[in-house]
Write a protein that binds this ligand. Structure first.
Ligand SMILES: Cc1cc2nc3c(=O)[nH]c(=O)nc-3n(C[C@H](O)[C@H](O)[C@H](O)COP(=O)(O)OP(=O)(O)OC[C@H]3O[C@@H](n4cnc5c(N)ncnc54)[C@H](O)[C@@H]3O)c2cc1C
Length: 485
């Protein structure tokens, strides 16, 4: 059996390895000259900038890939737990160090609103129930049969999946600051906490169960370790090769064509590339499937991302590894991103400082950062060539005020990426950061299926398919393949 995997994000690499372990003859094809997709690495003058994922959760899903071949993960990568998971900072200067330490969590909640301690404990218990169902039971099983979905409905209703994460958290927690902190998790997978199904509240418990980790040398080191493993296991890797067509005969996949016109025959094609873009751009002999076309047409896409990478000649000793800064108009900012599709000056953002944990990420006596600002995806038609520079200035000003004094004068290296990068370089529809949104009506059976509902021999792994975005999500999508291929 031979299988072609298109795309080398975490999902694509995991799929290639899992199929290889099942004795398939596997070819991995990546458009870029380096692997990783959203987890690519940019190295500049001694700074190592992880392009995307920085928070490592459920590391066992990464270890499993090495263990499939009886290899020891520690011979390839080093993943270590962090003490403080996120530092939340509010406009009035108040901050909260979020972690797995129960005592510290309760002390800090008490300082903000002591009446919310009981609610926090009950919320944790409830998210454990969501986790047991949504992650442990359903994250790596195929959702390609309507009957299977229907069978899950009573349990999902019992878990209040009709509520948003924010509304679920608000039913336990009264204080607005704590509500924001405890409901922010959908943002990590591209959703709006005010509209994302409460099922994604499971991330709160997932962090609690396995902790929040960092990969020494950066997340890119995990990609490097997995690439080494793929080479050792004789997976053929074609870099700098873009697939321009997936070819089929009588509805059955037969080959892919590369940009240089080379055709590669294959029994199966596994797409790690964004599903809507695959269906629209790579399968241009469209088969008629009324329900599928209707589903695809009404899909809503996740937010876009503006990511500003910068290195400083000053070390900002007191800045945590992960900081989330809430603007005052948090909800309005999210409404502008997801509904109104316009920019807002009162931004909330996430600041990453890997050199807080790992000095190898910056030259000596320097500090390494990226700041991520959620923005509308390219359905907004924002001209990023014009707005990019303005947003960079705005976010520098905001960081100077609350977190990094005199920042502008200390920057020695910088560049930024906008939704244009995600659209043009990573082939993602509308340049969304995380493919389609994690809404109830776009989850499980309603998401793009892991086994295509239109073409025989076509499969999907990665953010746009079940179970969804984020490293644990896309690694689980590759586990679904184990059950269907
Ligand atoms: C800035 C940012 C921060 C994030 N932070 C976190 C985090 O801290 N923790 C976390 O768990 N998740 C995080 N995420 C989400 C996580 O990174 C993604 O959900 C996940 O990495 C996506 O992996 P994927 O398997 O879907 O593939 P992708 O990374 O999307 O890769 C798809 C690959 O397919 C290739 N491709 C596309 N079309 C073709 C073609 N025609 N031919 C050949 N190749 C093609 C692309 O070049 C790309 O390499 C973050 C994402 C971003 C963008």
């Amino acid at each position: 059996m031979n299988s072609v995997v298109i795309g080398s994000g975490f999902g694509g690499i995991a799929a290639a390895l899992r199929l290889k372990a099942k004795k398939h003859d596997v070819t991995l094809i990546e458009k870029h000259k380096d692997l990783g997709g959203r987890a690519r690495v940019f190295k500049k003058n001694g700074f190592i900038f992880d392009g995307g994922p920085t928070v490592i959760t459920a590391p066992y899903l990464i270890y499993e890939l090495f263990e499939l071949f009886n290899k020891r993960p520690e011979d390839y990568i080093k993943i270590q737990p962090l003490d403080i998971w996120y530092r939340f900072v509010f406009e009035d200067g108040e901050s909260f160090d979020y972690s797995g330490n129960d005592e510290s969590m309760k002390n800090q909640i008490e300082k903000i609103n002591k009446n919310d301690i009981k609610g926090y404990e009950n919320l944790l218990k409830f998210t454990q129930k969501i986790f047991d169902k949504g992650f442990s039971e359903l994250s790596d099983v195929p959702f390609d049969k309507p009957l299977f979905m229907i069978k899950q409905i009573p349990a999902l209703i019992g878990l209040k999946s009709y509520k948003s994460v924010y509304s679920l958290v608000s039913s336990y927690i009264k204080n607005e600051k704590l509500r924001r902190i405890l409901s922010m998790h959908p943002l990590l997978v591209g959703g709006n906490p005010f509209t994302t199904t409460s099922i994604y509240g499971l991330i709160l418990y997932l962090e609690k169960k396995w902790g929040v980790h960092y990969s020494m040398g950066g997340t890119g080191n995990i990609i490097k370790g997995l690439e080494k493993l793929m080479i050792e296991e004789n997976i053929k890797i074609l870099k700098g090769s873009e697939v321009t067509n997936i070819n089929f005969q009588k509805g059955k996949i037969k080959s892919v064509t590369l940009k240089n016109q080379e055709e590669i025959l294959s029994n199966n094609v596994i797409c790690n590339a964004d599903p809507p873009a695959v269906y629209e751009e790579l399968l241009n002999n469209k088969r008629k499937n009324f329900i599928f076309n209707w589903k695809k047409k009404r899909m809503e896409y996740s937010m876009g991302l503006f990511v500003y990478y910068f290195g400083t000649k000053k070390i900002y000793e007191n800045v945590a590894h992960h900081t989330i800064k809430f603007g005052d108009k948090y909800k309005e900012h999210l409404d502008d991103i997801f509904e109104n599709k316009k920019l807002n000056e009162d931004i909330s953002f996430y600041l990453h400082r890997p050199s807080a944990t790992d000095k190898s990420m910056a030259p000596e006596n320097h500090d390494c950062f990226y700041v991520l600002v959620p923005v509308p995806n390219n359905q907004s038609k924002i001209n990023w060539l014009k707005e990019g520079e303005k947003l960079k200035e705005l976010v520098i000003k905001k960081m100077e005020k609350n977190l990094l004094p005199n920042l502008k004068n200390n920057i020695v290296e910088d560049f930024y990426l906008t939704p244009d990068y995600f659209e043009k370089e990573l082939n993602t529809k509308y340049g969304s950061g995380f493919s389609i949104q994690p809404k109830f009506t776009q989850s499980a059976y309603f998401r793009f299926h892991n086994k295509s509902e239109v073409y025989d021999g076509l499969y999907f792994v990665g953010a746009g398919t079940h179970p969804g975005a984020g490293i644990p999500g896309v690694l689980s999508s590759a586990k679904v393949l184990d059950k269907i291929l």
